[in-house]
Design a protein around this ligand. Structure first.
Ligand code: NAD
Length: 290
């Protein structure tokens, strides 16, 4: 490290809270070193009310860009100078690039990371009918990217909790911004009968809720009997590495059973490319850190 950091080393950062558990510094610093890029990546614990102060500081220090995690993603989208189409629709960004003129562009790579991970597992979403569980941050990014990437139908299911209204807004935004989509709607996740029917007519089931995440490892977001071989199943939850949903999807012989760690990897790959214009050494990063 002491030989790698110079007087010219460019700073990249992660802001949000908490950040202590983040794997991003290891993944980015390894890639900088591997590709001979004179840059370093640090994580900074930033509460939401300090988002603007942190961004001003990074600009003052001529950082190249930064990633944003909860709870600062929405606040950041309101501060940057422009947003990518996906970030605009989601209303949040997880990657910000400082352009040469000092302005900031906000991107949302969670959705692209999710889709890329599905592609890596042989699942193409174009023209497909998907059932998306969840209306929080991850689910919104996925719904928007899936719509932009040309899915035929998105059926969103969520509990009638404090996140439900956000799902209704997402449906409206997608209908307006992507009129070519055949159908997008939201229903109550507790309507198990309807959920079963809709999954029965769909190609891909995505869990983007917290169900199944540690310490809820024994929770499965849909009854296992809804899973069938023609259905591709993907979970965004990456802790535990194999969720109960993914395990049951494998047991049911689903044509794909995809965990959440790949989404984490590929959203990072997309951000790295936005920062540096170069491809992360994906296979080595996957082997070392995932
Ligand atoms: P969030 O707090 O924004 O949204 C939570 C969602 O989960 C809401 O839709 C809520 O209604 C639902 N929910 C919570 N408990 C539930 C339960 N017991 N049953 C059914 N639904 C429930 O969270 P988020 O940021 O969208 O994260 C959701 C999950 O996605 C987390 O496990 C997170 O770690 C994971 N995630 C993964 C990646 C990745 O790269 N793989 C990226 C972002 C988030």
């Amino acid at each position: 490290m002491e030989r790698r950091i110079s007087g010219h080393t460019q700073l990249y950062a992660l802001i949000g809270s908490p950040v202590g558990h983040s794997g991003s510094p290891a993944m980015y610093n390894y890639s900088f070193e591997k590709l001979g890029i004179d840059a370093a990546y640090l994580a900074f614990d930033v509460p939401v009310d300090k988002t603007k102060d942190a961004i001003d500081a990074l600009r003052t220090l001529h950082a190249g860009g930064f990633n944003v995690t909860m709870p600062c993603k929405t606040a950041t989208a309101q501060i940057v100078d422009r947003l990518s189409p996906a970030a605009e629709l989601v209303g949040a960004c997880n990657t910000v690039v400082f352009e040469e003129d000092g302005t900031m562009t906000g991107h949302m790579t969670d959705g692209t990371g999710f889709v890329r991970n599905l592609n890596e597992h042989g699942v193409d979403i174009k023209g497909k009918k998907i059932v998306l569980l969840g209306t929080g941050g991850a689910a919104t990014a996925i719904a928007v990217q899936a719509a932009l990437d040309g899915v035929a139908e998105i059926a969103i299911f969520n509990r009638k909790d404090e996140f439900y209204a956000n799902g209704e807004k997402t449906v409206e935004k997608i209908r307006k911004a992507v009129p070519s989509i055949q159908n997008v709607y939201i229903e109550d996740l507790d309507n198990t009968e309807l959920l079963g029917q809709v999954i029965g007519q769909s190609d891909i089931l995505i869990n983007a809720t917290r169900a199944g995440m540690s310490p809820m490892e024994d929770v499965i977001p849909v009854p296992a009997e809804f899973l069938r071989p023609e259905l591709a199943v993907a979970d965004v939850v990456y802790n535990p590495k194999e969720t109960l949903l993914v395990k049951k999807a494998k047991e049911a012989g689903c044509c794909a059973a995809v965990g959440g760690s790949g989404m984490l990897l590929w959203q990072g790959v997309a951000a790295f490319e936005l920062f540096t214009g170069q491809e992360m050494p994906v296979e080595e990063v996957r082997e070392k850190f995932f």
